[in-house]
Design a protein around this ligand. Structure first.
Ligand SMILES: *Cc1c(COP(=O)(O)O)cnc(C)c1O
Length: 557
């Protein structure tokens, strides 16, 4: 079969529970999946011998609708794989409980204009011979209970390795993007002549979660029920934890190269898991994908070759200011028109516009801007602002959903003074509009919960200026008043929780009132200099081409 040709010679297997390839393939929930997509896109540009493995998630994540009073409604998002990819003539089985569960694989090809192609294998258990329950294993991304999740991880990790074997691939390295796929190491361990040291030689693990509670854990009752037939529980206990099977711990113990996704996140991970050698490869984004039309045009004109060599953005100073401002105006017009069509709120093109969009969950604090409404009104009297929000809360995250309702409440309260919109159904298409169309990109996570964050890097590629809490990647990207502005103290400053919070609110309102608003309205040339710095000092570095160069030279080779 001609199609199998693209699989030939691929020797690095990249496993991820979610992947954001295009907006039409809804198998991603947020940053982790979009990062996986960007990893694959850069690998295609750079012609790396990589093959990706994920689940088909046939019923997607969910499409978000929001009622007038801010209640999130989760709509099904079923999609048809056969429109985008091809079913491969292979099939493997894994044992779950005492049943053989059959797994098929779909092949999707990510094509780069450089001629590079990365095959992505989507595993699917919706096979006639499987029981109705087993057919559903690959339906819902992050759906179901603990038992459902473990079944998915068996299919992804164990099933994934078997599919690669059935396709005849000689895999030299297995890269686990987060711990969901760490059962792949168990499968490798079962191969003849293998031991844990040999498995470790083959495995790379990227951790993404800076808090204990965020790691995937399974009770041994569930593990026993689903895996007793096949897995040596003693082995799982030894490498994955005595009390519960901790997938992060299991991956840590079976990988030779381990990394966090920003320098700060490396430090936090070292504290959380003492005794492991943990590196830092700071995340990046795929420059071409996350640059809007109007900026692609000026980059093409002044920095030809930038898309496959984003370091060229360091030479952004050579682009005339008028061209930069015009490209920004174009992107802003696209966004404001979209907002006005979606909400009839009547935003305008000249007002300083702030954007905030990401997964809605407690630690991201989308409501921080509303901590002091009187101050916010005072800021707005100094110079008009308008704010655009978007984001989905996980269906089971009740407090996340409550946050959306609260923001809707604030929008109502402020509606006579400040125009604020909350857009439905945040996805990759909406993300590019937002990160290119606002003037300032706001991020206010509670430290140290933002392992990296990537949307601010997308903003920087489009000359949008970051205004953020110093956490994750921003600690590395931030130069005060040059590349953007910080909210709150530097992590090296010692301040109590209370002091930190006071500083955050002070910075949030005061920098808006006394620095950002005056510069935007009165000193356009300084503003454009900062836009250039976003591109020339942030985008040139925080891209997935640089990230993949590092994975290749430090982990894959
Ligand atoms: C980039 C992106 C994210 C990640 O944003 P963060 O600010 O890093 O949390 C989430 N969802 C979508 C759709 C994205 O494009």
């Amino acid at each position: 079969m001609e199609d199998l040709q693209v699989l030939k010679g691929q020797e690095i297997a990249y496993f991820s529970m979610e992947i954001g390839l295009t907006n039409e393939i809804p198998t991603y929930a947020g940053g982790l999946g979009v990062l996986a997509g960007d990893t694959i896109r850069s690998s295609a540009d750079l012609k790396l011998p990589l093959v990706a493995v994920t689940l088909i998630s046939k019923k997607g994540y969910f499409r978000q609708e929001i009622t007038d009073d801010g209640r999130q409604i989760e709509c099904p998002q079923e999609w048809d794989p056969s429109k985008f990819m091809e079913l491969l003539p292979v099939e493997v089985t894994v044992q779950i409980q005492n049943r053989n569960v059959k797994i098929k694989a779909w092949l999707y090809k990510v094509q780069s204009i450089t001629g590079g192609v990365i095959p992505v294998l989507f595993l699917d258990t919706d096979v006639e011979e499987n029981t109705p329950e087993d057919r559903e294993i690959t339906f819902f991304l992050y759906g179901g209970d603990e038992r459902y999740r473990l079944k998915q991880e068996i299919v992804l990790g164990i099933g994934g390795v078997r599919i690669l074997g059935a396709l005849g691939l000689q895999i030299r390295k297995y890269h686990m993007n987060e711990g969901h796929s760490s059962l792949l190491t168990l499968e490798l361990l079962h191969r003849p002549g293998m031991d844990i040291d040999k498995v470790r030689e083959l495995c790379i693990f990227t951790t993404h979660t800076p808090v204990e509670a965020g790691h995937d854990r399974f009770s041994y009752d569930v593990v026993k029920e689903l895996m007793e037939e096949t897995a040596d529980l003693e082995v799982l206990r030894r490498f994955g934890g005595q009390e519960k099977l901790n997938m992060t711990l299991f991956a840590l113990n079976s990988s030779n190269y381990i990394n966090g996704v920003a320098k700060k996140h490396r430090d936090i991970s070292r504290e959380m898991f003492p005794g492991y050698e943990i590196h830092a490869i700071t995340n990046g984004i795929h420059s071409y994908t996350w640059t809007c039309e109007s900026f692609r045009k000026i980059y093409d004109k002044y920095l030809p070759g930038w898309a496959n060599e984003p370091n060229l953005l360091v030479r952004v100073d050579g682009i005339p200011d008028e061209d930069i401002w015009e490209a920004h105006r174009e992107a802003k017009t696209v966004l404001i028109d979209y907002v006005n069509k979606a909400t009839n709120i009547g935003m305008d093109y000249d007002t300083l516009t702030l954007g905030f969009a990401r997964r809605v969950t407690g630690y991201k604090r989308p409501d921080l801007l509303f901590s002091d409404l009187e101050k916010l009104k005072k800021v707005n009297r100094k110079g008009k602002i308008q704010v655009i929000f978007a984001g989905k809360a996980h269906p089971k995250d009740e407090s996340g959903k409550k946050l959306i309702e609260q923001i809707f409440g604030y929008i109502k309260k402020l509606k006579d003074e400040i125009k604020i919109a909350y857009l439905e159904d945040y996805d990759m298409n909406l993300a590019i509009k937002l990160v290119s169309g606002v003037d300032v990109w706001l991020n206010t996570p509670s430290r140290p919960m933002e392992a990296s964050g990537t949307s601010g890097m997308k903003a920087a590629h489009n000359g949008v200026i970051n205004f953020s809490v110093l956490d994750g990647w921003w600690i590395e990207g931030w130069i005060e008043g040059v590349t953007g502005w910080a909210i709150g103290t530097h992590p090296d400053e010692h301040a109590s929780m209370e002091e930190s919070h006071i500083r955050e609110l002070d910075d949030l309102y005061n920098k808006l009132e006394y620095i950002i608003i005056p510069m935007f309205y009165q000193r356009r040339d300084e503003w454009i200099r900062m836009m250039e710095n976003s591109m020339g000092k942030i985008a040139y570095y925080f891209n997935s081409h640089r990230m993949m160069h590092r994975y290749v030279t430090e982990a894959y080779l």
